[in-house]
Design a protein around this ligand. Structure first.
Ligand code: SF4
Length: 329
C-alpha cells in the first residue's frame, strides 16, 4: 500500500534534525528560508549511480545504488564532499522522477541496495520515495548513510523505511565537534542515535552470519582525523563500552584536506603512525567485526587523486576504488 506523505507540512517549522532551526523551508512560501542544512523542501540530488567504495557487504560485486543529496545538516569544515554539502551542487528533482531513475539503476546496473547518502534533511521525501519503490515491487535493502547527528524522534519516523543504517561516529571530543561541526553535543546525540538504530535493526547481519551481502542492521563508521588520535581512541572505546565487541565498525583512513582549515592539523593527511595507533587500539579492544581502510602506501601528496575523494562536477565522481579489506579480531 502506497503511503502518501505531506511534503510541505514537515518543512514548515523544520525540526528534522538536532539543529532544530524552526525555519519555514517550503520553497514557495513568502517567508521561505533555509536552515543550517542549506536546503528548502525542493528535493535536490548531486549524484546517482552504482558505488563501489562502501564496505564489501554493502558494495558487493555490482555496487551500492547511491543517491547523494545536496546539503547537509552537519557541514563539517573538513567535509570530503564539500561541493554538495557546502556549495550546494545538485539538481532539483521530484520523488517520482528520482524513483524512475532509481528503478532504471536497479534494472540496468543490478545494484544490491539503495543507499541514501546524507538524506536526513529530506526525510519526508525519502519516506515517500521508499513507499513508491515498494509499491512498484522493488524490495532491495534501503540503506541510510548518515552523519550520526540525528534525533531519536527522526529515526523512529524512519524505522519502517530503512533496513540498514551506516552512521558515522565522528567525535568523542565535544570541543573538536564544536570547532569542526559547530555541535558540541555531537558525542551524546550520536550515541543516542546509534542506540536507536541498533534497537531497530540490530548489528549488520552479514557480519554475524558471514553472508556476502548485508540486508539489515547497523555498521558504524569512524574517519580518523589527522592530529586527533585521542578523539579516535576515545570514540572506539566509547563504542565498545556502549555496544560491545559484536558492533561492526569501519575504520577509515581516507581523510584528505579539501579546503584550508583553521586547525592546521586538518591541513594534512593521516600519517601511518597515527593510523597504526588507532588500528592497534581497535584490535586491543576486541571488536569482532572490524572493516579497515588502510592508508595508501604511495606518495602522500595533498592533492593526489584519492579513490575516496569524489569530484561531483565530473559525470563519474568516483575514481576506481579498491575494496576495503576485512579483518578479523
Ligand atoms: S533539517 Fe535543516 S533546517 Fe531542518 S533542523 Fe536540520 S539543519 Fe535545520
Amino acid at each position: 500500500m502506497e503511503t502518501m506523505i505531506d511534503l510541505s507540512e514537515p518543512y514548515r517549522n523544520c525540526v528534522l534534525c538536532p539543529r532544530q532551526c524552526r525555519v519555514n523551508r517550503v520553497a514557495d512560501s513568502a517567508d521561505a528560508h533555509t536552515g543550517l542544512c542549506g536546503e528548502t523542501n525542493q528535493l535536490r540530488v548531486a549524484y546517482l549511480g552504482p558505488h563501489f567504495g562502501e564496505e564489501p557487504p554493502i558494495s558487493g560485486k555490482n555496487g551500492s545504488g547511491t543517491i547523494f543529496f545536496t546539503g547537509c545538516s552537519l557541514r563539517c569544515s573538513f567535509c570530503q564532499n564539500h561541493q554538495i554539502s557546502h556549495y550546494g551542487l545538485g539538481t532539483g528533482t521530484s520523488v517520482e522522477e528520482l524513483g524512475a531513475k532509481i528503478t532504471y539503476m536497479i534494472e540496468h546496473d543490478h545494484v544490491h541496495n539503495i543507499n541514501f547518502v546524507t538524506p536526513d534533511h529530506f526525510f519526508p521525501h525519502i519516506f515517500q520515495l521508499v513507499s513508491l519503490l515498494r509499491r512498484d515491487g522493488f524490495y532491495l535493502p534501503i540503506v541510510y548513510n548518515l552523519s550520526g547527528y540525528q534525533s531519536v524522534e527522526a529515526l523512529k519516523s524512519a524505522r519502517d523505511y530503512a533496513d540498514i543504517y551506516l552512521p558515522d561516529f565522528k567525535y568523542s571530543d565535544a570541543s573538536l565537534a564544536a570547532a569542526a561541526s559547530k555541535c558540541s553535543d555531537y558525542p551524546q546525540i550520536a550515541l543516542e542515535a546509534i542506540a536507536e538504530m541498533v534497537s531497530q535493526k540490530g548489528f549488520l547481519d552479514s557480519s554475524l552470519t558471514g553472508a556476502p551481502l548485508a540486508t539489515r542492521g547497523v555498521l558504524v563508521r569512524h574517519l580518523i582525523l589527522p592530529g586527533k588520535v585521542a578523539n579516535s581512541i576515545n570514540a572506539l572505546t566509547t563504542l565498545f563500552v556502549e555496544f560491545g565487541p559484536d558492533l561492526p565498525v569501519s575504520l577509515m583512513s581516507q581523510y584528505h584536506p579539501v579546503v584550508h582549515q583553521e586547525d592546521d592539523d586538518l591541513n594534512r593527511r593521516v600519517s601511518e603512525e597515527e593510523f597504526d595507533r588507532v588500528y592497534l587500539h581497535a584490535q586491543e579492544l576486541g571488536f569482532e567485526h572490524l572493516f579497515v581502510q588502510f592508508p595508501d602506501k604511495g606518495p602522500r601528496q595533498l592533492r593526489a587523486v584519492s579513490p575516496f575523494l569524489p569530484d561531483f562536477e565530473r559525470p563519474e565522481p568516483f575514481p576506481p576504488t579498491p575494496l576495503r579489506q576485512r579483518k578479523g579480531p
